[in-house]
Design a protein around this ligand. Structure first.
Ligand SMILES: [Zn+2]
Ligand SMILES: [Zn+2]
Length: 644
């Protein structure tokens, strides 16, 4: 008999050779129906693997990440089989499960596939799935493995890099694939399948290699789940910041300027300026001082900071000058510059904290395949600041930064967020620099601050930066996707590397602690997430056009202009749509542009000296005086944009 320990700590005895699936059956029929995969002593096993020793067993269902992974990994095998049956002679390469679904990279040879083939592939996959084929793992010698794939150079390359004795295959139906394991019990639980897209992908991600076709798909245990997923994708597409950013005329990209280098259009630049001013105003109250630093710095600066060692090779290469040996780098971070600003003065403990803020543009060479709208770019502006304080001030400073981040989120309508405290991995203290006493202080300061501020946080051991612990803010968008925005980090390393000092009350020299913080993260990323979060319905204080005035006909143009002047004099951002178009069309267009208020002026309005107001989405506020309307707008702004 063997003793199996379950996640709740309970122990059960089974005959040797019992499989995880049989364990599930012994617990309940419901569990047996839903079990998708298993891990034994923290190693992935098949649900059909006979267990031969004591150990702890976890059974996974669709509700677990591991369950989904097994589902999608197994589905990738089914996709591969379907493709091979439909397109004889193709070469399969690799096909992993990913966050949402799976893909398979295929060398289609003489064949090619496009969207019109998706349905055929889906049908073939479902046909295979219905066959209820078991997934069975088996070991193979390297020689046998090479023999099996003698016509497939990709699999051959993979196998050549494997140790003999470690090679395994997975068989199901008539199909065999090189695989490490982690499957569903059989194919029949795959009830719904969708091929999502095809894209080019280089073998092993290397542009020098042959370009393959990547086939993306997703599968579910129920048709209903697939339908819901596809609806969510549709909604996400509508909210895609790349699409909305164009429609709202906020930003663009130019191949001539270069990939990943956003160009902000006038409306986007104005929106960004409002965001900056909003934060600058709050920062001023919080005791920050603005600084300005150049876009480049000597290479040595980043060698000192450690950024060069870490990012140098994969980043923009040094800029050379006519002077020999002189090299500059586009700045990847603002911190080294701010350290040198600190070093320009001599500080006593009474002068601290010093809080230097800058909307600093930085440059990082992201791989072209990684670039994505405004969320992954090569040049972006951080709402950066560095606080230099005494170790004793850390606690208060940290709390103040949290207050600022919460204020920013509140004013922008991000209510649904979680926070993560990233601390050291106690198992590997050698990975972190600085003394233990300071680390303990800093970690405690962050945890206390998070508790004190009532944050809903998780502690993640091992996620700290090597130079200090941090607190990250993750917002959830309406689709439930998580995005990292603001970050607050404690750093003991840079003060040491840049030899920063202050004079303490004991008249001795001490090292300050540094806090890096960026509530938005970067202007680019923040605006992207804000667009997707709000679907372009920005808070009134931020939106480019707050009011569209629509005149019923040209006759009322004079009056419409009078109303426009009045609104503008009240610092309301209004436009006048004077075109000779039907009111229906003008309203539809203003709705499309997400303009929060429409003011309609015609005969009645002019005669009464009033305006008719309609809200985005159709709510009618009726005929009111213009002054009353400006008050409505002011009140709405004050409600969201409370004083910091
Ligand atoms: Zn597999
Ligand atoms: Zn920094």
């Amino acid at each position: 008999m063997i003793v199996i320990t379950l996640p709740d700590g309970s122990k059960r005895e089974y005959p040797q050779g019992t499989t995880p699936f049989e364990v599930a059956q012994s617990i309940s029929e419901g569990l047996a129906r839903n079990v998708l995969s298993a891990s034994f002593n923290n190693t992935t096993v098949e649900t059909t693997t006979p267990l031969t020793e004591d150990g702890s067993l976890t059974l996974f269902t669709w509700n677990d990440e591991e369950g989904k992974k097994a589902f999608w990994h197994s589905s990738a095998h089914v996709l591969a089989q379907a493709l091979e049956e439909l397109y004889p002679g193709i070469n399969l390469t690799i096909g992993p499960a990913i966050e949402n679904g799976f893909y398979y990279d295929v060398d289609f040879g003489e064949h090619s596939i496009s969207e019109k083939d998706f349905k055929t592939i889906e049908d073939k996959m479902l046909e295979i799935a219905r066959g209820k084929h078991d997934f069975k793992m088996r070991a193979a010698s390297k020689a046998d493995a090479l023999k099996l794939y003698e016509d497939n150079p990709y699999k051959t390359e993979l196998i050549e890099n494997l140790e003999d004795g470690t090679i395994t295959f997975c068989d199901h139906s008539t199909f065999t694939d090189l695989c490490r394991g982690g499957h569903l019990p059989n194919t029949s639980v795959i009830k719904a399948v969708k091929i999502l897209s095809v894209a080019g992908a280089y073998w092993r991600g290397d542009e020098k290699n042959k370009q393959l076709t990547r086939v993306y798909g997703i599968s579910f245990p129920k048709q209903k789940e697939l339908t819901e997923y596809l609806e969510m994708l549709e909604e996400a597409k509508k909210r895609d910041h790349r699409k909305l950013g164009k429609e709202l005329e906020l930003f663009t990209f130019s191949q001539k300027v270069g990939q990943g280098l956003p160009l902000w259009l006038p409306k986007g630049a104005a929106l960004r300026e409002r965001l900056e001013n909003f934060l600058k105003k709050a920062q001023k109250k919080a005791g920050y001082e603005m600084v300005v630093t150049p876009h480049i710095g000597q290479k040595e600066l980043y060698v000192t900071s450690g950024h060069y060692a870490k990012y140098g090779a994969d980043s923009f290469q040094p800029i050379h000058t006519p002077k020999e040996d002189e090299e500059f780098l586009l700045k990847p971070m603002n911190c080294p510059h701010h350290c040198e600003i600190y070093n320009a003065g001599q500080w006593s403990y009474k002068d601290l904290p010093k809080r230097f803020a800058e909307f600093g543009t930085v440059y990082r060479y992201e791989q072209s395949g990684e670039l994505h709208g405004l969320t992954r770019v090569r040049g972006f502006t951080q709402d950066d600041a560095h606080i230099f304080c005494t170790p004793e001030q850390l606690d208060t400073e940290f709390k103040n930064v949290i207050d600022l981040v919460l204020y920013v989120f509140g004013a922008l309508g991000f209510e649904n967020f979680v926070t993560q405290v990233s601390v050291r991995d106690p198992e590997t203290p050698e990975k972190y620099i600085g003394d233990t006493k300071h680390w303990e202080m800093a970690e405690q300061a962050i945890i206390n601050a998070a508790k004190d501020k009532g944050l809903d946080f998780v502690i993640e051991p091992g996620e700290a930066a090597f130079y200090g612990p941090k607190l990250d803010f993750m917002v959830k968008d309406v689709l439930g996707r998580s995005w990292q925005l603001g970050t607050i980090q404690v750093d003991y390393q840079l003060p040491q590397r840049f030899d920063l000092w202050y004079k303490g009350s004991d008249n001795e020299s001490h090292r300050p602690v540094m806090i890096h913080r960026a509530p938005f993260g970067s202007m680019e990323r923040f605006v992207a997430i804000l667009i997707e979060h709000t679907a372009g319905n920005f808070p009134l204080w931020l939106i480019p056009t707050q009011v569209m005035i629509l005149s019923i006909s040209e006759k009322y143009e004079k009056y419409a202009e009078k109303v426009l002047n009045l609104l503008e004099n009240n610092e309301i951002r209004a436009l006048l749509d004077n075109r000779n178009e039907t009111m229906g069309k003008k309203i539809r267009e203003a709705e499309m542009k997400k303009i929060p208020y429409m003011v309609i002026v015609g005969e009645n309005e002019e005669r009464e000296g009033m305006i008719s107001v309609r809200q985005h989405g159709g709510k009618d506020l009726g005929m009111i005086r213009a002054e009353e309307f400006t008050q409505i707008i002011e009140n709405e702004i004050n409600r969201t944009l409370k004083q910091f």
